[in-house]
Design a protein around this ligand. Structure first.
Ligand SMILES: Cc1cc2nc3c(=O)[nH]c(=O)nc-3n(C[C@H](O)[C@H](O)[C@H](O)COP(=O)(O)O)c2cc1C
Length: 179
């Protein structure tokens, strides 16, 4: 299976990357082909709603990482959204990617995709990921994506927290569960 991973953390050595790396190892152990885009390291310009795309066959005025993400998304089988929890939702880096789907909404909707969500947050409250999950489910519903799994890692403020937890193992198992 072809897989595209989109990460939204600015921290190369942070919790999200640690869990994403484990998830990818799990997926690759099952023979899946993974392409990764780190939107937190190579920022995607936020959509400005100029609607240039509406009269230019989906072409955006911004020439950035999205020019690679969109073709990869449209030729993949599964997408992983991997985000740190920022103010109880996706990080702005991931949100910018989602907003930029606007330019090619119809094409994205027409492509049947499986999806997974991986998130890491500092809080330990069981409600901390509620808004993120709701947003993710709504995006899946709108884009006709089939949710096939999620790992919501609570209580992770630092990479050390993550390393001391069972989440890396859970992330690897989730990646290896793809079929
Ligand atoms: C701008 C910002 C907003 C945050 N908002 C939340 C939040 O709403 N809930 C939470 O549990 N943690 C929050 N955190 C903590 C991060 O989610 C947590 O430290 C996470 O592990 C960071 O992932 P990273 O190391 O991959 O960047 C926030 C951190 C930042 C920098």
């Amino acid at each position: 299976m072809k897989i595209i991973v989109i990460t939204g953390s600015p921290h190369r050595n942070g919790t999200t990357f640690l869990l994403t790396d484990e998830w990818i190892k799990g997926a690759e152990s099952q023979g899946h082909e993974v392409i990764r885009f780190d939107a937190g390291l190579h920022p995607v310009h936020p959509c400005t709603g100029c609607d240039h795309c509406r009269s230019h066959e989906g072409k955006c005025v911004f020439d950035d990482l999205m020019t690679q993400i969109l073709p990869a998304l449209l030729s993949t089988d599964l997408v992983l959204l991997s985000t740190p929890l920022y103010y109880f939702g996706f990080s702005a880096q991931i949100k910018a990617v989602l907003d930029r789907f606007y330019a090619v909404n119809e094409e994205v909707i027409a492509k049947p995709l499986k999806a997974m969500l991986l998130a890491a947050g500092g809080d330990s409250d069981d409600w901390a990921m509620g808004a993120l999950e709701h947003h993710y489910e709504t995006v899946c519903r709108y884009l006709h994506w089939q949710d096939t799994g999620r790992l919501l890692a609570l209580g992770l403020n630092t990479r050390e927290d993550a390393e001391a937890s069972s989440y890396p193992r859970q992330a690897r198992l989730l990646g290896a569960s793809i079929h």
